[in-house]
Design a protein around this ligand. Sequence first.
Ligand code: LMR
Length: 326
Amino acid sequence: MKLKPLFAAALLAASAAWAQEPIVIKFSHVTTADTPKGKGAQKFKELAEAATQGRVKVDVYPNSQLYKDKEELEALQMGAVQMLAPSLSKFGPLGVKEFEVYDIPYILPSKAALRRVNEGPVGKALLKKLETKGIVGLAYWDNGFKEMTSNKPIAQPADFRGQKMRIQSSKVLDAQMRALGANPQVLAFSEVYQGMQTGVVDGSENTPSNIYTQKMHEVQKYMTVSDHGYIGYAVIANKRFWDALPPDIRTALDGAMREATRYANTIAQQENDAALEGIKKAGKTQVRELSPQEKAAWRKALLPVQATVAPRVGKPLIDAFNREAA
Ligand code: LMR
């Protein structure tokens, strides 16, 4: 049967319109837009949309607007969103507990060590592990080193005794707080400010950027610059979605991701330095640096954590990490 010319033309126009419909990537995350992660996501959007000449549209949803910590990982696996950048401390509940090696206190002596680990065999193998969960690991993005905050002073390890400290959902962070004599409590990032305000927790650990942009410094009297741990992200995508992308699009997105990663990792330190200044200027939190003696006492108190968490994280992994970080 021959199609009537008008009908055939309409069909053609409809399929052309469909072919031009952009591929939409929903990129959800929990920090504000003016953080290392927020700015990295925005940069990826701009680069991805330019590189694909509009065939891909990236919609970024910051500040837990769509999902909180745990929900966002479930949403990614179900395909309700296509991209996320959770902190490395949040993969345990998904069954990839090895990422928690990054949470071992003082395991990372510097950003240079971090780069070596992320770009070396340990970093690559960890991203690969996500594939069994239907997730593809695209890159590592920095936030920065963590400081302690509380409504009670914290200088010596003994000061932590009995304090209720919010942690991310990592068993290594749980062990860390217990080694200090504190009571760890998992709260989603979006719930921390209120938890501090209402006294559900006394304090927490986070990067200056996260503390400042969530206004935690307005509800915390003390901050100790301890740099005892690190927050960074795995930028991840739903594997089924990623694998089904037309190859030229995927290549363009890989390029955009490489460039966005360079950008995010360049600005992260500046963002944290500026945030620390902002916290000091706001004058609501008393900020103190650890003296070398105090730092030595913290290291000593936290050293046993490596052995405590070895059965969970894996001794060979901890050893490999230490070797690459050294
Ligand atoms: C936190 O929960 O404290 C952080 O992981 C938030 C983030 O994404 O930086």
